[in-house]
Design a protein around this ligand. Structure first.
Ligand SMILES: NC(=O)c1ccc[n+]([C@@H]2O[C@H](COP(=O)([O-])OP(=O)(O)OC[C@H]3O[C@@H](n4cnc5c(N)ncnc54)[C@H](O)[C@@H]3O)[C@@H](O)[C@H]2O)c1
Length: 360
């Protein structure tokens, strides 16, 4: 059976990906320290899966722990081996992700994201596991570009969070024996199979409304904030900046449905498993830009709920436009998003409406 360790599995993208992989026949070791998530997310994943209780017992292990804990990681690999199984791939979601917070807590970001990945890679190497799908981010590209970003564009992150992601990509390229993080597909002479997926703006939720985005801290992303206004826990949405060099003056983002992102992980994992050692660096985005004002309109139209908003000054670390050129994802992963911005608005609200307190 294909056995995969998923770090940060209870988080927003991890939980949706776990569901897709479970339904596709993978056996999963789901690790999370629940610093930004709830174990309930994983119970809901189990409920949503097509597996019977018995199959779930055989195919899912939930581990409460930290990716920086090498002994724990080794224990997960050893226990699998002692049961006659071998973890041959890792999907690495665990990490801190709030751009604003990364300025105030830069050391925590380097520790969680970079040191955490080093510990993980050491244990993987010790167990001859050299397949990894890594959660990278569009933030590695840096400040605003007018055109859609392609994998060969310069790497120049403008915030500590993006810098940690760019550093991890460089470390992975180096370990794989590859020259650059500006080439979408390279052969790895060191036998590693690595996919760095640069997500743009994952949003939405599983259409059931049973799993979704549930940050424990003050949310940084637009959708949880819009949802809070829609549900009435926030009076209005703050729109950071109305003087960006965009047609309506607000930032433009590339929203991609979290189920599409989850399916992108399965596509990447399947490709890595079945092909020669390689380093893939791939954008996961829709290629369609939506401004903040546009998004407010679309959300109101899809849900019928009014979203009051107020402008504020630009936020540190933000950029005017962040838009993917997703052509390499189609070429190398045979992946393209199936869902539209309207689906994102509807599913995101459905999750919030059915779970006003998140997983609490
Ligand atoms: N959501 C986005 O907009 C976005 C965009 C680009 C990249 N990413 C990256 O994708 C990954 C997943 O993002 P998400 O939106 O699901 O975030 P999330 O916070 O919902 O999920 C991350 C999970 O990792 C766990 N975690 C954090 N540090 C850990 C540690 N040291 N050990 C074990 N578990 C730990 C958290 O509890 C959480 O469940 C992150 O690495 C993030 O940086 C996210």
């Amino acid at each position: 059976m294909r056995c995969v360790l998923v770090t940060g599995a209870a988080g927003f993208i991890g939980s949706h990906t776990a569901l897709v992989l479970l339904n596709d026949g993978y056996k999963l070791f789901l690790l999370d320290n629940f610093s930004n998530s709830s174990p309930k997310a994983l119970h809901h994943v189990a409920d949503l899966s097509i597996l019977t209780k018995e199959e779930l017992g055989e195919r899912v292990s939930i581990i409460n722990g930290d990716v920086r804990d090498s002994a724990l990681l080794q224990n997960i690999f050893s226990r699998a081996k002692s049961n006659g199984e071998e973890i041959t791939s890792v999907i690495h979601f665990a990490g801190l992700k709030a751009v604003g917070e990364s300025f105030e807590k830069a050391i925590d970001y380097w520790d969680n994201n970079v040191a955490g990945t080093i510990k993980l890679l050491q244990v993987m190497e010790n167990n001859a596991c050299r397949n990894i799908v890594f959660s990278s981010s569009a933030t590695v590209y840096g400040s605003s570009k007018e055109k859609a970003l392609i994998e060969t564009d310069p790497i120049s992150p403008i915030n500590p969070y993006g810098l940690t992601k760019a550093t991890i990509e460089k470390m992975l390229a180096n370990i794989a024996g590859c020259q650059s993080t500006r080439i979408a597909k390279q052969y790895s002479p060191r036998g590693w199979k690595i996919a760095c997926l640069r997500y743009f703006n994952p949003a939405g939720a599983h259409p059931s409304g049973k799993i979704g985005e549930n940050p424990k801290n003050i949310p940084n992303n637009l959708f949880p904030l819009i949802n809070q206004v829609a549900i009435g826990t926030k009076e209005f949405l703050t729109v950071f900046g109305k003087d960006w060099p965009t047609p309506d003056g607000t930032g433009i983002r590339d929203f991609v449905h979290v189920m599409d992102v989850a399916e992108g992980h399965k596509a990447a994992l399947d490709i890595l498993i079945s092909s020669k050692p390689q380093l893939l660096i791939i954008n996961l985005g829709s290629g369609k830009g939506t401004s903040v004002l546009d998004l407010i309109k679309k959300f109101q139209f899809s849900t019928g709920i009014d979203i009051p908003f107020k402008f504020s000054s630009r936020r540190q670390g933000d950029s005017a436009i962040s838009l993917a050129n997703p052509s390499k994802a189609l070429e190398y992963l045979n992946w393209k998003p199936k869902r539209k911005i309207e689906d994102i608005c509807r599913d995101s609200w459905n999750w919030q409406y059915k779970n006003p307190m998140g997983y609490k």
